[in-house]
Design a protein around this ligand. Structure first.
Ligand SMILES: [Zn+2]
Length: 118
């Protein structure tokens, strides 16, 4: 069973802090692996939005393999908006059951960190 309330379904306001240098740790890597296994819930509802950091990003609702809802910006939030992410959200990522091998995961490129529409 997944978490009904989802992971990282958060709203940032435009004055929120962000870091240009991505935070790349176990949370970022695990969430990236989770998103690779996720399904886009309703592709027609994907939309380009301007994130609090000013980047144009594609936001889609996603469903993780265990049924937990999240969104395509989860990795971007972890990498560039870490100070706005509560411990509770990080704990949800820790508890997330996910089968993946960190050593076989592709590297986190900017495209993964900042999903941007071409
Ligand atoms: Zn951002």
């Amino acid at each position: 069973m997944g978490l009904d309330e989802g992971i990282l379904n958060i709203e940032l306001s435009s004055d929120d802090d962000y870091t240009t240098e991505p935070v790349l740790d176990e949370y970022t890597f695990k969430m990236a692996a989770a998103l690779r296994q996720a399904k886009i819930a309703s592709p027609a509802k994907s939309k380009t939005v301007q994130c609090a950091c000013g980047m144009l990003v594609v936001k889609s609702n996603c469903i993780l393999p265990d049924g937990t809802p999240t969104n395509s910006l989860a990795v971007h939030y972890l990498a560039h908006h870490r100070s706005k992410i509560s411990l509770e959200e990080l704990e949800k990522i820790s508890r997330l059951k996910l089968v993946y091998n960190p050593e076989e995961e592709p590297p986190l490129t900017q495209k993964v960190l900042t999903p941007r529409k071409r």
